[in-house]
Design a protein around this ligand. Sequence first.
Ligand code: SF4
Length: 233
Amino acid sequence: MEVDRLADALESLGLEHALDAVLTANQSTQVCLTSSFQAEDMVVAHVLRKQVPGVRVLFLDTGYHFAQTYEYRDRMTQQWSLNLVNVVPEQTVAEQESAFGILYRSEPTRCCQLRKVEPLMRVLEPFDIWFTGLRREQSPTRKNLKKLELHRLPTGKTLWKVSLLADWNWEQVWQYVNANEIPSLPQYDEGYLSIGCQPCTALPSNPNNPRSGRWGGTKLECGIHTFSTRAER
Ligand code: SF4
């Protein structure tokens, strides 16, 4: 199938050529990027917004992000004229805490399900191409990531999940950020290497494992990259 051949070809292409190839092969206008406004997401946004003006940038607003993250999100949205889609859960933080207590302490997987996974599942439904800033190096759970994967949502809908930086290392990300003078989240200056919700993000305990500061090392993924399944191509 064409998707198989394209997926194989992308593995040897650089960032902009790979993006060109994806957009030539799939001309749907239903294109989005999920972004937590970390450095990788900003690299993808930097190239994608030139090729797909108005691309929807989906930010999972759990209500638990750092104040600096909200400030940076708003600043970059204005500076780059991003088409931000602020994706919110069904319950506010106050409503959830009133109903279930502090889930990020007692049941973080359920908290992520309510505040990230279910809202993303709902909002992804109309899209045909889903760009991410995922890299293989980030986690053992991502080591087999392909730049192009066909994914099936729980409803049965399939879409292209595209991770143009799959083969990039941390140094390449920062070379790109610096070369293009992209502002970055201020928490990086404090030593954070992977930045999510504030209660579940700490300085990494192992500098060789950037995600070791997430969830106190008790889990590796929030679930937004594991709820959809790789579909047969
Ligand atoms: S990362 Fe923490 S605060 Fe954010 S949704 Fe998951 S458990 Fe809740």
